[in-house]
Ligand binder design. Sequence first.
Ligand code: NAD
Length: 431
Amino acid sequence: MRQKPSRPAPAKGRVGVVVVGAGALSTTLIAGILAVRRGLGKPIGALTQLGVVPGPPERPGPVPVGQAVPLTALPDLAFGVWDILPDSVYRSAVKAQVLERELLEELRPELDVIRPWRGIFDPRFVHRIEAAHCRPRQGHLDSVAGIDKDIKSFRETAGIDRMVLVNAASTEVYQSVEDVHRDLGMFERALAADDERISPAMLYAYAALKQRIPVVNCTPSHAVNVPALLQLSEEMKVPVTGRDLKTGQTLLKTILAPGLKARGLGIAGWYSTNILGNRDGEVLDDPACLKSKEESKLAALKAILEPELYPDLYGGLVHRVRIDYYPPRRDNKEAWDNIDIFGWLGYPMQIKINFLCRDSILAAPLALDLILLIDLAARAGLRGAQDWLSLYFKNPTVRNGRQVHDLFVQRQLWEDGVRRIAGWTANGRGV
Ligand SMILES: NC(=O)c1ccc[n+]([C@@H]2O[C@H](COP(=O)([O-])OP(=O)(O)OC[C@H]3O[C@@H](n4cnc5c(N)ncnc54)[C@H](O)[C@@H]3O)[C@@H](O)[C@H]2O)c1
């Protein structure tokens, strides 16, 4: 069902971004925004900063995104974080070893003052971290009240006008969606009963939605992306989006697969393997957490290739994804893909890809775009899952209907979404 955006309210005042998890991704995001603000680097990869969209019908030439729609300016973003470790954003950024030390030293005064609030931790959901900085566990409702308190005091002390909650915490163990996640009434009864199927990521999301704060989930964990919380986002009239930012290997997969399909080439198999050595990799070394990530990485190919429509080309496709924790590489991930394709008369060919990427460098601009665009969506009166933001995710949360994984279709949806909020004609797809 398509939503009709209203004319967005002006982007006046400060936006408080409250981030769950002050690890590699969020510290690269926060330090990166400060660096861009000071002219120390360019916001490469952020479409809100450097992208263009076609203008209105009467002037269809390219228009910078920031001129098409009213976006919050970077100096108006203020950050607060929760973590289960006590490190400041500066200390955590140093430990993450993504950004150069020289840059971090320059930004140190601003990064060091961002100290995490105590996180909500449940050892059943994340196994490999010794939580040294968390709230005492006194039941789900008490945890929600604690999150509320942090949000409210941040809002008051930092002079915040609007807020966005970003989940960038460690991947939680794989969880199937059960009855308590399917319906808001059952979810709330489960909250009161301290049900063990409700994870910390869901508690943060629930607390935010109750305060009408839009939620962005960068992780493969369910968080806001279960039917009960999507129902709450509709009822509270708050936009939400997620899951799992589309960065390295899946990004390339969703660029290449549509191209092979567009030329009618067959694919017999796609084998993908990764090594990564950051803390995210360490957490993923636990098989239960790894299952969350693998599930999120496997979804894309089938949806793009539509084997039901092309049984001769993709009916027998074998897709495997492996992730290995390999500490020497830190955040500098390396991914290998072997793609077995076939052409005329079934003759086989192979494609090999070796992508040496930087995970958080690819992810930070996506998180920035999502903060600015979900805030825009809220000001335009949009609510619930935002399909037009699928471009950013491995496992996009959609309102009604099927997930879109083809990067080029996602990009068109994104462009249509921006243009519809701008009040310009869209070419037939919904926001
Ligand atoms: N880094 C990337 O580029 C990237 C790309 C795509 C998706 N992601 C996803 O984003 C998430 C974060 O990635 P990262 O690389 O920053 O990992 P990270 O391990 O560096 O950071 C995660 C942080 O979350 C904290 N944390 C764990 N449980 C928490 C809780 N209950 N409350 C508050 N804090 C908690 C950890 O202490 C840690 O500081 C992961 O789920 C990852 O899969 C990351």
